[in-house]
Design a protein around this ligand. Sequence first.
Ligand code: UD1
Length: 422
Amino acid sequence: MDKLLIAGGVPLSGEVAISGAKNAALPLLCAALLTREAVTFTNVPHLNDIGTMLKLLAQMGVKVAREAARVGAGDTVTLDASGLDNAVAPYEMVKTMRASILVLGPLVARTGEAKVSLPGGCAIGARPVDQHIKGLTAMGAEIAVEHGYVHARATRLKGARLFTDMVTVTGTENLMMAACLAEGETVIENAAREPEVVDLANCLVAMGARISGAGGDVIRIQGVDALHGATHRIMPDRIETGTYLCAAAATGGEIRLTGASATSLDAVIDKLMDTGCEIIAERDAIRLKAPRRLTAVSIRTAPYPAFPTDMQAQFMAINAVADGTAVMRETIFENRFMHAVELIRLGADIKIDGNTAFVKGVPKLDGATVMATDLRASASLVIAGLVAQGETLIERIYHLDRGYEGLEQKLAALGANIRRVK
Ligand code: UD1
């Protein structure tokens, strides 16, 4: 199993290109299920999760054409779901990637039937999909949860007023996609406002859907009889962007990220400025210059536009070496501090009390062997490894390959001493 070996202590410097957003690409690929015409996506990141989703769609009878590009340039993927003949997402696929649940809404809307394995718990918490089921049921689907599968049937979904109990990103996306082909108007209240929801809505509109309000907490969808093909460029990955900004900040570096957008990163940029970093947002790029020592920043995760849970772990790495004490509150997932114990192995001073972490900055971290437990936890260990004195060996890096395209190449281009070892 591959491991990542990092010799820390080098301030990152230089320029790298940001890839397309994983969390935008996954629902977008599923949107192609909604039409018999071909849909083309550009700026698709080259990641394991994308490969898994394409394999799942291919199993369903979707024709997949992928033109691979060099790291950072973005693949072009064309999906043709005219021959869709198997509306099943089996356990073997869903267990490796929870986002497989995103096929449920489009499948039942287009074919009248879907069978999707119920995702289990995962490293960061229970993560149920009850809201997806509640919404589709309100739209008239008959849903049975049996033998570990969600089995949904509907002759034609009907528009409805939907209210989710909490803000759910993939829940909003699933229901918005399903509503595009429903009869009449659907209103999603308490909708997720994440930029990835807006990117999906923009593509659906290009495919002929009638959607208004995406980006706000009430989304209205007028159902249409059919959608058509389109070409859509996937938005830049705001979490990858934030991760490189944190890596540069923690190492006292100076970097420029191209193909990046600052507009979807306000909460993160605000906090990085509080640490003492200088940040300049250009039209399609972001520059960061770190101070000699960072100031600790307290954060509380919450749905967009507040501070993203997917950046919490990376900020814990920053706070671990900053001046002062930070209070970090995680409100989205109940078990998202696994990186803390690994950071402690590198010398960090962190105390956990329920959903709150108290991080007291220390002057230095020391390299050690650590284990990645989920995607963003791995990213925080990479940042800590780049800061630590001596060598850090990170095990189980398959988690990183799920969400960071060309991580070693990009970090090496910024001067980091990093390589994959067996
Ligand atoms: C998405 C992102 C993930 C990010 C998360 C929160 C994708 C592919 N993944 O995950 O990277 O960390 O948003 O920003 O976009 N919940 C329920 N019932 C449901 C749905 C959700 O109880 O039916 C709960 C979850 O357990 C969690 C909270 O709601 O506590 C938010 O989850 P949700 O926004 O749905 O996360 P995902 O869409 O799975």
